[in-house]
Write a protein that binds this ligand. Structure first.
Ligand code: UT7
Length: 325
């Protein structure tokens, strides 16, 4: 019996030109390269230029993923962008990227699940393709978090960076065997009771301003480790796979200590974990697709490798996916 699966056929990413080292912050807040490095693992992050926007970063990542997948823009019938830093309140960033690619058919929309956004976007693209509502999707995570930083808040402004990553996801018939490629399982959760530990203090319908990111870091850290572990156990159960079978973990890149703690609890050795936050910082919804693209460009993944991703962000929203490359 054959099974319809959604397979990753291309990855791409784009980072702005401006690289910002930890030492940059020492001039205007009470912090140090040593504190940032030891508490987070971050050494540098990228900031978008004034003429760049979330959609312009996302467009470049999408073009790269599309070229690597061997598809033309008109082959794509679904564009989903995970972002919390949309160019405009509306229209969606996804329609701007769709238009930038010259696509005038199919449909495009944004998903807002903050740092878990790419996991939510991939799960939705996978479900829409399997339901026959699309056949080839561009799934993009793109952010300009530098635009929502409070530069006087040392607990947050050092953490985040700008960037975009994209994948092409397309349907393929598999034999329904243990070596089938494609998305094997997804697992999504949210719990709005935790709004106050990670949010932006502005918005269209409240302050009519953009606002700044606010976070109770220690509390988010505690939720992150336990929720990422539980969601990963659930996604492994859904796919009937053991954590020892995972070839690569590509986690959300928020803090190297969260990554180490969660993967250790899951018995995933660190040499199987892709870590890019040292260079990129936390790029929110863009972090997983950037990491997938960076690792793929380095030739880390072979066809058939089992890849796990998990993420948590504001909401709280969290989840995971398992796919065979
Ligand atoms: O991607 C979305 C999800 N977000 C996350 O997953 C982030 C989760 N949280 C974290 O990554 C960590 O909690 C942080 C990196 C944000 C903070 O690290 P921490 O080890 O939890 O530090 P802390 O908040 O417990 O603060 C320890 C001390 C405090 O000083 P006191 O109260 O002990 O005197 C802070 O004021 O470090 C101080 N501190 C800083 N010191 C130098 C906070 N930020 C800084 C800073 N430089 N930038």
């Amino acid at each position: 019996m054959s099974t319809l699966r959604t397979v990753v056929t291309g990855t791409g990413h784009y980072l702005p030109k401006r690289v910002v080292p930890n030492s940059y912050f020492e001039d205007f807040i009470d912090t140090s390269d040593e504190w940032i490095t030891t508490r987070t693992g971050i050494k540098t992050r990228y900031y978008a230029a004034s003429d760049e926007t979330t959609s312009s970063l996302g467009l470049k990542a999408a073009e790269s993923a599309l070229a690597k997948s061997g598809n033309k823009p008109e082959d794509i019938d679904l564009v989903i962008v995970a972002t919390s830093t949309s160019d405009h309140t509306f229209p969606s960033t996804a329609t701007q990227i769709q238009s930038g690619l010259g696509i005038t058919t199919g449909y495009a929309f944004d998903i807002q699940a903050v740092c878990a956004g790419f996991v939510f976007a991939l799960a939705n693209a996978n479900a829409l393709i399997k339901a026959g509502e699309a056949s080839k999707a561009l799934v993009i995570g793109a952010e300009t978090f530098s635009r929502i930083m409070d530069w006087e808040d040392r607990t947050t402004c050092i953490l985040f960076g700008d960037g975009a990553g994209a994948i092409v996801l397309e349907s393929d018939n598999m034999v329904n065997g243990s070596q089938d490629r494609g998305v094997l399982a997804t697992d999504l959760h949210s719990d709005g009771r935790f709004k106050d530990i990670l949010y932006v203090d502005g918005g269209v319908s409240t302050t009519k301003t953009t606002g700044y990111l606010r976070m109770k870091g220690r509390e988010v850290f505690r939720h992150a480790v336990s929720k990422l572990v539980t969601s990963t156990e659930q996604v492994l159960n859904k796919a009937n796979i053991k954590s020892s079978e995972i070839d690569w973990a590509v986690p959300h890149q928020a803090n190297v200590r969260i990554i180490q703690s969660a993967t250790q609890k899951l018995n995933i050795p660190l040499d199987k974990v892709i870590v890019t936050l040292e260079q990129h910082g936390n790029t929110s919804a863009a972090s997983i697709p950037i990491s997938l693209s960076v690792a793929s460009d380095k030739g880390k993944f072979k066809k058939g490798d089992l890849i796990l991703s998990h993420a948590i962000g504001g909401g709280l929203c969290w989840g995971s996916f398992l796919l065979r490359w």
